[in-house]
Write a protein that binds this ligand. Structure first.
Ligand SMILES: Cc1ncc(COP(=O)(O)O)c(C=O)c1O
Length: 382
């Protein structure tokens, strides 16, 4: 059976070079990085080299990187510690954040009685900067802003630099979930005065179970996990040496090939839009997909002119044809109800139609798009 993977926003295929690098680390670097003997020192050295190289890519210092088990943990570390250790009493966020942020903030609201304010979105799901500014202007409480850089369901992008500058203007801390952007966009964190970001390696062809939090120097954040002194006391537990090596390799390759791959993937996205628009009259695109400056090149969220009833089986039918895509965040695939993201701005009528997220990588081809569009046409017109 033909197999097509269009779900890279859920997770990406691990690059062969990354697998090679990780197996080498598993074979050779099995010493515990905290051990003082040669085996331990060698593992430690690999970790610290990776930390320096990753830091150089983002123009930050190695000490500002805390390795975590992925994006969720990095988001949790920042949000929880900001409230517990930095006296944050109010969080400004959006209703279209990933659940790693939304659910953490909700828990903080219940447990610590912090105030939570949500920014207003326009009818494409873009954050309205005026709304953020008017919320920031309400002073008096120590505030953290948490807004994701690239939305994982609709691909909308916020201007990270402008948002950081606005937060600084009102003396608020700024955290961004950059899980869908690091490895896909170049970020210079000296240019962008942001306080914290969260990153996951499996979104840029690296391994699962590894990521990091960028924590700006002297921020005062403290550990959520108690134990050893790893990660300078900010994240206890023996470091996954092979995962860190794999993440570093994956990030290096992503940035080496960035321009070429961006062009290639954007061309795929445009081709997909064009082909599906011709094949299925009445199809539309969710979010700000038409504005390439404010929408990621790697994702297309498609609203199909189909009844809710027919749409229910769509993912299953596509799966039978070997096609992998999703209805939204993979973490929510077991949940009932529609997408919490689309729900914020789609009309009731469009919410009733099936929407599918197709997300691309440089491993995809136009032939795969032809196959998917033909299958969708057959299912829509059946
Ligand atoms: C925007 C965003 N934030 C956070 C996460 C969670 O990252 P991880 O799977 O590494 O915990 C994801 C992954 O689905 C994501 O897309």
């Amino acid at each position: 059976m033909k197999k097509v993977y269009f779900d890279s926003a859920a997770t990406t295929k691990v690059r062969p070079e990354v697998i090679h690098c990780m197996t080498q680390a598993l074979k050779m670097e099995y010493g515990n990085p905290s051990s003082t003997h040669a085996y331990g020192r060698s593992s430690k050295s690999l970790i610290e080299t990776a930390r320096k190289e990753i830091a150089a890519t983002l123009n930050i210092t190695a000490a500002e990187i805390i390795f975590t088990s992925g994006g969720t943990e990095a988001d949790n570390l920042v949000l929880n510690s900001c409230v517990r250790d930095l006296g944050i009493q109010r969080i400004i966020t959006s209703k279209i954040e990933h659940h790693a942020v939304l659910n953490t903030i909700q828990a903080l609201e219940q447990q610590h009685h912090i105030i939570v304010d949500y920014v207003t979105l326009d009818d494409c799901g873009h954050v309205l900067m005026d709304s953020l500014e008017s919320l920031l202007a309400k002073t008096g409480t120590k505030t953290l802003v948490s807004l994701m850089h690239v939305n994982n369901e609709i691909g909308n992008i916020i201007d990270l630099k402008a948002t950081s500058i606005l937060c600084k203007k009102y003396n608020a801390l700024f955290h961004s979930d950059t899980v869908q952007s690091v490895g896909h966009y170049k970020l210079d964190l000296q240019e962008i005065p942001i306080d914290f970001i969260a990153v996951a390696a499996h979104k840029f062809h690296g391994p699962k179970g590894i990521g990091f939090a960028f924590i700006r120097k002297n921020s005062g954040l403290k550990s959520l996990i108690f134990g050893g002194e790893q990660e300078r006391g900010l994240r206890a537990g023996t470091e996954p040496v092979h995962n860190i090596a794999g993440m570093n390799e994956a990030l290096k390759i992503s940035y080496q090939n960035l321009d070429k791959e961006q062009d290639y993937i954007l061309d795929l996205k445009e081709y997909f839009k064009q082909q599906i628009s011709e094949a299925i009259p009445g199809v539309s695109f969710n979010g700000g997909c038409d504005d390439n400056a404010r929408s990621t090149y790697a994702l297309l969220n498609v609203c199909l002119p189909m009844s809710a009833e027919k749409g229910m089986m769509l993912l299953f039918q596509l799966d039978l044809k070997g096609i992998a895509c999703s209805k939204g965040s993979a973490c929510q695939s077991g949940a009932t109800g529609g997408s919490h993201v689309l729900n914020q701005f789609l009309s009731e009528e469009d919410m009733a139609k099936p929407s599918l997220r197709f997300s691309f990588s440089s491993f995809n081809t136009k032939e795969e798009i032809d196959y998917v569009v033909a299958c969708l046409k057959e299912l829509c017109l059946a």
